[in-house]
Design a protein around this ligand. Structure first.
Ligand code: NAD
Length: 492
């Protein structure tokens, strides 16, 4: 079904702004179809957006929590009212199945509501009356925030930044990815419409826009989600003006299946499959390499294949029985295929999983049949690199020490999971280097917006979600009123 292309504008200082150039966004299930057009903003337009945010900050930082929360709750209601249209647009431009697009919006709303419910308690002044006098720990707004988001979860990874930033009294310029710019812009338009002009600005484009957003002296903080390589450029661009940063980067999450995992637990097995292939494997926190204790390895593979063949149904993202849509873009598809071909050449076995629901559609779009890679070496690129697509290597390990060594042998440390008897799994989990380790669940299935999320090592700096995700948008400001004006060791 072909639908009229949507046209998105940028938003600068509360007004819709028509850019001179537009970039088409294709439908990954049918690349000949243009889903819509997003602006290709220039450096000058980006500067205008930053200036607008900077001017708005002076007043916005003085607004009350009550005012900010009321505005954000109105935006939440409007997003809810428009959720089906936004989900359909997201599904069409991204390729993710419709249930998955709806899920992304639901998680975004959960977080926005959590932020509204908790911001006052977390960021209110903490007044300490002590025997040396009185101290107020205030949480000041930081200033202009540049928010840069990726294509895989464009709405949730933008609202994860917008909600706490605005509620804490900051202003923002948001730049979504050109590979899924449309639905998130609908959400940003709704939010921007509820706030004073300049508080939330929206620009689109490529590196020219990104470089300005990360180097302009008026920007106080960068909130970035994307690849680790891009983050290195961003850190360099931001160095001259020592910007604050929250960086949510790549991951190569290990799933460790212990010898006491029950391979006959069909629900748990389905959770492992989902944790490998949801959103066609294009999630930062998906289990990207699975290590299984050698004593249950053969039985695990047999049951895993049964579970995968049942759950994986690749096809039209709008079809009800489909669980996995196409990959988002051609470059990503080719990269993932390259990793699979490389492991085949090195002698690994590549096993196709699940069903293709519509062969003609499959040939037309960026579809990939999910694969399982067996017999890869521990150091092969398919194991060491973040695939970010529908393929997963499963490898055996000897004992807990070996599994912990393999899990930690990575430049990344975003999430991880351990599967088995709870007490044993927690013992192993404590020794894995990661921001989150989930027990008997993984990826989005184990995500909880009430708790902080982020990576260690090259998976990032800082945390989003939870109370830490609110504190990340405030400066700690101590106002000290000592009884004695000088410390006793300073001579009179
Ligand atoms: P990417 O790094 O290519 O792009 C992310 C964003 O940065 C896009 O908006 C892009 O236009 C922009 N950008 C590109 N060059 C820039 C520059 N020089 N300066 C400023 N901005 C620039 O990432 P992607 O391909 O969109 O997303 C996939 C990656 O994101 C994966 O590595 C994935 O693991 C990671 N990711 C991490 C998390 C997390 O929470 N840790 C969540 C989702 C995705």
């Amino acid at each position: 079904m072909s639908v009229e292309p949507v046209v998105i504008d940028s938003i600068i200082n509360g007004k819709k702004h028509k850019a001179e150039k537009q970039a088409p966004r294709e439908n990954p299930a049918n690349p000949k179809e243009v889903v819509g057009y997003a602006p290709l903003n220039t450096k000058d337009e980006t500067i205008q957006a930053i200036d607008a945010a900077d001017q708005a900050f002076t007043e916005w930082r003085q607004s009350s929590f009550e005012d900010r929360i009321t505005r954000m709750r109105r935006a939440i209601q409007k997003i809810k009212d428009n959720a089906s249209d936004i989900a359909a647009l997201l599904s069409r431009e991204h390729g993710k199945a419709l249930y998955d697009a709806k899920g992304e919006i639901a998680v975004s709303l959960m977080w926005m509501e959590f932020a509204c419910d908790n911001v006052m308690e977390v960021l209110q002044d903490e007044v300490n009356e002590h025997d040396g006098g009185k101290t107020i720990i205030a949480r000041d707004a930081i200033g202009v925030i540049s928010a840069i988001s990726p294509w895989n979860y464009p709405i949730s990874l933008s609202t994860i930044k917008i909600a706490p930033a605005l509620l804490a009294g900051n202003t923002m310029v948001l730049k979504p990815s050109p590979l899924a710019p449309l639905a998130v812009s609908r959400v940003a338009e709704i939010i921007a419409g509820e706030f004073p002009a300049g508080v939330l600005n929206l620009v689109h484009g490529e590196a020219e826009v990104g470089v300005e957003l990360t180097s302009n002296p008026k920007v106080a903080k960068i909130a970035f989600t994307g690849g680790t390589e891009t983050a290195k450029h961003i850190m360099k661009a931001a160095a001259d003006t020592i910007k604050h940063m929250t960086l949510e980067l790549g991951g190569n999450d290990a799933a460790v299946v212990l010898e006491d995992f029950d391979v006959n637990d069909e629900k748990a097995m389905r959770r492992i499959v989902v944790s490998n292939f949801l959103t066609a494997g294009q999630i930062c926190m998906i289990a990207k390499r699975v290590y299984v204790h050698e004593s249950i390895y053969e039985a695990f593979i047999e049951k895993y294949r049964e579970a995968a063949d049942k759950w994986i149904r690749v096809g039209d993202p709008f079809a009800e029985d489909v669980t996995i849509g196409p990959v988002n873009n051609k470059k990503q598809m080719e990269f993932v295929q390259g990793l699979i071909d490389d492991s085949k050449q090195k002698g690994a076995e590549v096993i196709k999983l699940g069903k293709i629901m519509d062969e003609d559609l499959f040939k037309q779009g960026y579809f990939m049949q999910p694969t399982l890679v067996l017999g890869a070496d521990y150091d092969d690129p398919i194991v060491e690199q973040e695939q970010f697509g529908p393929t997963v290597p499963i490898l055996p390990f000897k004992d807990d020490e070996h599994a912990i060594h393999l899990a930690n042998k990575s430049i990344y440390g975003l999430t991880s999971s351990v599967w088995g008897k709870q007490e044993h799994a927690v013992k192993v989990a404590k020794r894995i280097q990661a921001g989150t380790t989930m027990i008997n669940t993984a990826a989005i299935q184990g995500l909880d917006v009430r708790f902080p999320f982020g990576g260690v090592k090259q998976s990032g700096i800082g945390r989003e979600y939870g109370k830490e995700g609110l504190l990340a948008y405030a400066e700690t400001h101590v106002i000290n009123m000592p009884d004695e004006l000088d410390l006793p060791y300073i001579p009179e």
